[in-house]
Ligand binder design. Sequence first.
Ligand code: TXA
Ligand code: MG
Length: 344
Amino acid sequence: MKTLLLPGSDPATPEIAAKIIRQGGLVAIPTETVYGLGANGLDEQAVARIFEAKGRPQDNPLILHVAEPTEMEKFCHSIPNASYTLAEKFWPGPLTMVLPARDIVPRRTTGGLSTVAVRCPDNDTTREIIRLSGVPIAAPSANLSGKPSTTTAQHVLHDHDGRIQAIVDGGPCRVGVESTIVDLTESRPRLLRPGGITPEQLIEVLGDLVIDKAVTAQIDKDAVVKAPGMKYRHYAPEEPVVIVSGSREQAAAYIHRHFVPGDRVLCFAEELPLYVGCNPLAYGSEADVNTLSAGLFAALRELDDPSIHQVYARCPVGGGVAYAVQNRLKKAAAFHIVNPEEES
Ligand code: TXA
Ligand code: MG
């Protein structure tokens, strides 16, 4: 199969992509968070192709992408008032809501669950593709399962060239980490995955937020979890990643003590001068956390090289979007964090 690379700016692109979706094919779509691997979310066979192309476990449900916030009513029921407020404030945008699913949504899309995740992405081309398809687009992040997410069309081409019908090139993704997921099916709202909409923003609307344990700790493979995707090792390059906490100077001293040829350092742009001779890679500026979220996955993909022995990574501290960056980096490191102060 020849994979078409469709420019997002070409006015013909939305209809070409929508036609492939209507015919049950796979199209990688740009969003403000990461690229998604899209198919008709109401067509079991089309959805099955997503799982096959990604090598994704069948129990890991997909997000349904809608063109308009009001469309959530077509696919969800028992929608609490808070969902309407969240949709009004944050859609289109990097927020996914988990709600009770209507019967029209195939269980293959929901990974067998009675709930469904919905989101209205902030990308005009992709919303036009959804509109022209006439169906919601189910789309996981377009990376191969277990690999870092795809934030450019070239990342998608690398993982899926010749295996999917088309990729819509909308340029690099602005947010760079996947959407915030909040579960609204229980008495208290629960954060299943942090992202571009911050816990602080959610609490301002909801007045309450439980942080699911899968956000803060490694979850056992056999555990029963709310977001099945959270238990799989994620976002990870091939070789071990260890996060080095502490101040700039403490971390640099620790890394220089342990560094051997073949290791790499993933750091902030401000820290590059501290790692001369250690082959450092900066993923953004510590002074602007949005550059860190936007650059993280491209950097993790660059470090996905079997010849690398060990990656020492620096992680931003604090809340807001930094919370999402911490979550992704900790997952890439399988929650392996060292504190230089504790080394005797
Ligand atoms: O930003 C994003 O959300 C991107 C773009 C393409 O929209 N999509 C994305 O999809 O990150 P994916 O499949 O890589 O991650 C979706 C996560 C998984 O961890 C999955 O387990 C969880 O959402 N999820 C989906 N449906 C769910 C449900 N009904 N209940 C709980 N978790 C759900
Ligand atoms: Mg994913």
